[in-house]
Design a protein around this ligand. Structure first.
Ligand SMILES: [Cu+2]
Length: 153
C-alpha cells in the first residue's frame, strides 16, 4: 500500500468514527465583558447522537465554569447550578440567554469582541467520559439592541 492510498483510507476511518458517537457543538459564543466584570455567559447548541450528559466545563479565561439554569422562581429570575445537563439522543439542547448557559466566573481579563475563548466540555455518552474542545467567538456586549452597551472604538 502506498502512502497516497493510505491517507484517504485513514480520513474515511476518522470521519466514520466521528459520526458514530459524539456530542456536536454548533454556534458557540461568549458574551463580551467590560473591565472589572467578573462573570460572563457562554452559549451554544449541543446534540448527542447516543444521549448523554454534560458534566463539567472549564476554560483558561476563568477560574471557574459552571452549568447554570435560569428560571422563574417566585416571580423572580434566578440562576441555579445544575449538577449536570441531560442531553437526550439526537435532540438539540440550546444554551441561550435566559435559559441554560455556561457561567464563566473569576474572569482573568476582559473578554473582547473578535477574540476566541477555548472551552473544554466534559461529557458522558454510553457510560464513557470524554472531552470536547470548543473555540467560542466573543460577541460584543452591545451586540444586543439594548441601549448603552459600553461599546467603544
Ligand atoms: Cu449563570
Amino acid at each position: 500500500m502506498t502512502l497516497s492510498s493510505l491517507v484517504p483510507a485513514l480520513l474515511v476511518a476518522l470521519s466514520a468514527g466521528l459520526a458514530h458517537a459524539e456530542v456536536t457543538v454548533t454556534d458557540p459564543w461568549v458574551r463580551g465583558t467590560v473591565p472589572g466584570q467578573q462573570a460572563s455567559g457562554a452559549f451554544m447548541t449541543l446534540v448527542s447522537s447516543t444521549g448523554g450528559k454534560l458534566l463539567a466545563v472549564s476554560s483558561p479565561v476563568a477560574s471557574q465554569a459552571e452549568v447554570h439554569e435560569m428560571a422563574m422562581a417566585d416571580g423572580v429570575m434566578k440562576m441555579r447550578q445544575m449538577p449536570h445537563l441531560d442531553l437526550p439522543a439526537n435532540k438539540p439542547v440550546e444554551l441561550k440567554s435566559g435559559g441554560y448557559h455556561i457561567m464563566l466566573m473569576g474572569l482573568k481579563a476582559p473578554l473582547t469582541a473578535d477574540t476566541r475563548v477555548p472551552l473544554t466540555l466534559t461529557v458522558e455518552e454510553a457510560g464513557q467520559r470524554k472531552t470536547v474542545e470548543v473555540s467560542a467567538p466573543v460577541r460584543a456586549l452591545g451586540a444586543a439592541p439594548q441601549g448603552h452597551g459600553g461599546h467603544k472604538h
